[in-house]
Write a protein that binds this ligand. Structure first.
Ligand code: COA
Length: 167
């Protein structure tokens, strides 16, 4: 049996253990962690996937913003990490987590979505592209082709130059 729960219902230590397994224990140096430094996850858009009572996947979202040189700030929601237990990857769990988050975002997201991820996955299945992000900057190294974004719930994307950081 598979169920989706708010991530806030899950023991934080179990979530950290799953993230270590999916991304490695050196994950904290990643640029994505700097983008959302110091902010709390968006509870309404962060979920756990439970299969037969065990935690098998998580998705987290974070309040971030695009800040232009003239001081204009545009809110965004950063999606990720999306993590599936390594022994269960490529079994559809990542798609279930993303689809559930996107359905919630259609009515609850207070800003458009951005993420660092593979366009071959997040573009192919979920409509994320790098079309709007060419002039964006991040507080650390990244591959421009993997800086993805998507409008949602009536919220559009800033396309001009700007730094992405915590909201
Ligand atoms: C990336 C991840 C979340 C995908 O979830 P998953 O449950 O393994 O994948 P799904 O079963 O939902 O999707 C399967 C399909 O997506 C494809 N796919 C999965 N990961 C992919 C990737 N990184 N790039 C391209 N395609 C990918 C598979 O080939 C498969 O395609 P097919 O149906 O044509 O065979 C999961 O593999 C994971 O946790 N990976 C490690 C952590 C990570 O890289 N997270 C993403 C960055 S935030």
């Amino acid at each position: 049996m598979v169920e989706l729960l708010p991530l806030s219902d899950i023991e934080p230590q179990a979530v950290e253990h799953l993230l270590d397994a999916a991304f490695g224990t050196d994950r904290f140096g990643r640029t994505a962690y700097r983008i959302r430094e110091g902010v709390d996850q968006v509870r309404a858009l962060s979920f756990a996937l439970i299969e037969n009572g065990a935690l098998v996947g998580t998705i987290q979202c974070w309040p971030v913003a695009h800040r232009a040189g003239d001081g204009t700030a545009t809110s965004l929601v950063m999606v990720g990490p999306v993590a599936v237990r390594p022994d269960l990857q490529r079994g559809g769990h990542g798609r279930v987590l993303m689809a559930h988050m996107l359905a919630a975002a259609e009515t609850k997201a207070d800003a458009a979505l951005m993420m660092i991820g593979d366009p071959e996955y997040y573009g192919r299945f979920f409509g994320f592209t790098a079309d709007a992000t060419a002039a964006w900057g991040l507080p650390g190294p990244y591959e421009p082709r993997r800086l993805l974004a998507r409008a949602v719930n009536g919220h559009g994307l800033p396309t001009g130059a700007g730094m992405i950081g915590p909201r």
